[in-house]
Ligand binder design. Structure first.
Ligand code: TXA
Ligand code: MG
Length: 340
C-alpha cells in the first residue's frame, strides 16, 4: 500500500479515506495519532495490526466536541464538564463510563469505559468534522517505540501499512496527554501528561495518582502501562545534574559512541567526550519534553550508539510526564557511579 502525505488543504481526501475504513495518521498538540473511524470495527482492528499493539490495550476516542462524548458516555458529572470547559481542546484524556454497547470491544478492550480526547490541533479537528465520525488514535508508532512527534517518524514506522499521514509539522508538547479516570468515585491520573496534576487540582480539587511503578502481580488501571514503552535500540541511562562529570568520564572510556541528551546549559558546563554524540534538549523541561522522543529516535536512525545518557528533571509540572516517559525508555535505569 502506498502511504500518501496529506496537508491542511487536502483534508477532504484524508477524511474520505477514514470514511472508507482506511488508516490515516493525524497530528495533535502532543504526538501523532494513528486514526481510524471509531464506529467501524474492521477499521479499528487494523490499527492494532499496523502498530503491532496487544489487543487488550484500549484506544483513545478523539472528538471534535462535547456533544459527541454525550452520545456514547453516561451523563457527564459537573466535575467532568468543568474539566472539559477548562482544558479542551487540549492534552487531557478523560475516561468515562459508556452507555452499554456504545462502542465496540476493539475500541474499549472489553472495558465498560472509554477514553475521550479533544485535541488542540485545528487540522485534526477539521478532519474529525469532515469525516463525521469520532476517530480512534493510539500514538502512531510501532508498539514499544518512542511516540512520533513528526510526520517522518510516523512514515519511518508505518509506511506501506497505512493509507496516509496528515502532516502538520512537529507537535508542540511532545509527550502524550494526561489520562484522567473520571469513571469512578475519585478522579485518578493514570498517565501524567500535558496537563499537570497541580492544574487539575486547581479546577476539581484532590486527584489521586496511579501511575507509579506497577508491581509484578498488580494489574495496572491503564492497560497500556504494563507494556514495554518508548524504548530505543540503545540502553538509556538517566543522569542527575550532579553526576554529569562522572557520567561523561565513564562515556569517554567506552569503546563505542555514546549518545548524550542534555539541555544547552548542562552541555556548556561539561565537556562532551570525543566519542559522545550530543543531542540538544533545548533550554528547559518544556523544550526537553518537546525534543525527548525525537532524540531517542535520532539515535536509532541517524547513528548507532550502545548507550544514551539522558538528563533527569524534577518530577514537577510537565517534569512528571517527561520523567515518566524517560524512566520507561530507560527501563528505570539510572547512571550509577561505577565502583572502583
Ligand atoms: O496524546 C495522546 O494521548 C496521544 C494522541 C495521539 O492523542 N494518544 C495516545 O494514545 O497516547 P495511546 O493509545 O498510545 O495511549 C492511551 C493510553 C493507554 O495507556 C491506554 O491503556 C489508556 O490510555 N486507556 C485507553 N482507554 C482506557 C480505559 N478505558 N481505561 C483505562 N485506560 C485506558
Ligand atoms: Mg502510545
Amino acid at each position: 500500500m502506498k502511504t500518501e502525505i496529506y496537508h491542511a488543504d487536502t483534508i477532504k481526501e484524508a477524511a474520505k479515506q477514514i470514511q472508507a475504513g482506511q488508516l490515516i495518521a493525524f497530528p495533535t498538540e502532543t504526538v501523532y495519532g494513528l486514526g481510524a473511524d471509531a464506529t467501524n470495527e474492521t477499521a479499528v482492528k487494523q490499527v492494532y495490526i499496523a502498530k503491532g499493539r496487544p489487543s487488550d490495550n484500549p484506544l483513545i476516542v478523539h472528538v471534535a466536541n462535547v456533544e459527541t462524548v454525550e452520545k456514547y458516555a453516561q451523563p457527564l458529572s459537573e466535575k467532568t464538564r468543568l474539566l472539559m470547559k477548562t482544558f479542551w481542546p487540549g492534552p487531557l484524556t478523560i475516561i468515562l463510563q459508556l452507555k452499554p454497547g456504545a462502542l465496540s470491544k476493539s475500541v474499549t478492550g472489553g472495558l465498560t469505559t472509554a477514553a475521550f480526547r479533544n485535541p488542540r490541533n485545528q487540522t485534526t479537528l477539521d478532519l474529525i468534522r469532515e469525516a463525521g465520525v469520532p476517530i480512534v488514535g493510539p500514538s502512531a508508532n510501532t508498539s514499544g517505540k518512542p511516540s512520533p512527534t513528526e510526520a517522518k517518524h510516523v512514515y519511518h514506522d508505518l509506511h506501506g501499512k497505512i493509507a496516509g499521514i496528515l502532516d502538520d509539522g512537529p507537535t508542540q508538547i511532545g509527550v502524550e496527554s494526561t489520562v484522567l479516570d473520571m469513571s469512578g468515585d475519585v478522579p485518578t491520573v493514570l498517565r501524567p501528561g500535558g496537563v499537570s496534576e497541580e492544574k487539575l487540582e486547581a479546577v476539581i480539587g484532590t486527584v489521586r495518582s496511579d501511575h507509579h511503578k506497577v508491581g509484578k502481580n498488580e494489574v495496572p488501571k491503564a492497560p497500556g502501562m504494563k507494556y514495554k514503552h518508548y524504548a530505543p535500540n540503545a540502553q538509556v541511562l538517566i543522569v542527575a545534574d550532579e553526576q554529569w562529570p562522572e557520567a561523561l568520564k565513564w562515556a569517554a572510556e567506552q569503546t563505542s559512541p555514546v549518545g548524550v541528551m542534555t539541555t544547552k546549559q548542562v552541555s556548556s558546563q561539561n565537556e562532551i567526550p570525543a566519542n559522545g554524540e550530543w543531542f540538544s534538549l533545548g533550554d528547559d523541561v518544556q523544550s526537553a519534553s518537546h525534543n525527548l522522543f525525537a532524540g531517542l529516535r535520532h539515535f536509532d536512525t541517524e547513528s548507532s550508539v550502545a548507550y544514551i545518557l539522558a538528563q533527569k528533571f524534577d518530577k514537577l509540572g510537565l517534569g512528571e510526564a517527561y520523567m515518566n516517559r524517560l524512566e520507561k525508555s530507560a527501563g528505570q535505569q539510572y547512571f550509577q557511579t561505577p565502583k572502583q
